[in-house]
Design a protein around this ligand. Structure first.
Ligand code: BTN
Length: 237
């Protein structure tokens, strides 16, 4: 998909702005909205995403689709694209199912995927926050262990270059996902997971041990009662 990029010095949230303005977007393109800073950056579970100016990537990718079967895989594939981007810089990160990006056990990036039904189209807005040049004193203000490329390597990075590598990977991966589904990603996604077979996992609905990732990207856990449970997009089914 061809890309259209819009950059702002400041937004409340790149996801919110995209959700409010998608009517202006080209339906055949992938629209990338970025900002140097966000005052109302949002994370999963209604958490705040700390977004200081000029230090990190705050980006939202929007596209229109009818293919609802792969919705849950979009954030997974964006997270994998972030892992591939970090690999380019020889930085090893791991995925916490479904779409958290961790480095040395600390969060370096996260994804917030939201959808809007617009007539017959489904509008998908997938936002990513990736900590690039965020120094330790600011990371310490986050309510969970967090890190950045700077802290992990003692080097400063060109944020635009990191963004362009990430965008290239996501563009390519999204094309594959839309045409072939999640199966082509199963091996690389699994290889880059933090979970190993037998690790204990706890969800509000169930707890058990990690078994594997299914063809559709869902998580299979073995419950304590010996039954397998399939978890899709963080919710059990
Ligand atoms: C998470 O909690 O892990 C998800 C964090 C997502 C943050 C990004 S930053 C760009 C986009 N705009 C937002 O308000 N949130 C996402």
């Amino acid at each position: 998909m061809e890309i259209n990029s819009l950059h702002f010095d400041h937004l409340v949230s790149t996801n919110t702005w995209s959700k409010e303005n998608f009517q202006q977007f080209d339906k055949k393109k992938l629209t990338l909205v970025t900002a140097n800073s966000q005052s109302g950056g949002r994370g999963q579970f209604k958490k705040k995403w700390i977004s200081p100016s000029g230090l990190n990537i705050y980006a939202s990718f929007t596209f229109f689709t009818h293919n609802t079967s792969i919705l849950g895989n979009i954030p997974q594939v964006l997270a994998l694209s972030a892992v591939e981007t970090l690999q380019f810089y020889s930085l090893k990160s791991l995925l916490k199912w479904p779409n958290d990006i961790l480095m040395n056990g600390k969060k370096i990036g996260g994804i917030l995927c939201e959808t809007i039904q617009n007539d017959r189209d489904l509008v998908v807005v997938t936002g990513i926050g990736l900590n690039v040049n965020m120094p330790k004193n600011l990371l310490d203000q986050i309510d969970q262990p967090a890190t950045s490329m700077l802290v992990e390597s003692n080097k400063k990075y060109d944020i635009n270059k990191v963004l362009s590598i990430l965008t290239g990977h996501f563009q390519q991966n999204l094309e594959i996902l839309l045409s072939q589904g999640f199966t082509p990603f199963l091996e690389t996604y699994t290889q880059n997971l933090i979970h190993n077979k037998g690790d204990r996992l706890h969800f509000p609905e169930a707890s058990g041990t990690f078994q594997r990732i299914d063809n559709d990207g869902s998580l299979i856990i073995l419950l304590d009662n010996g039954k397998e449970q399939k978890c899709l997009r963080g919710f059990t089914s």
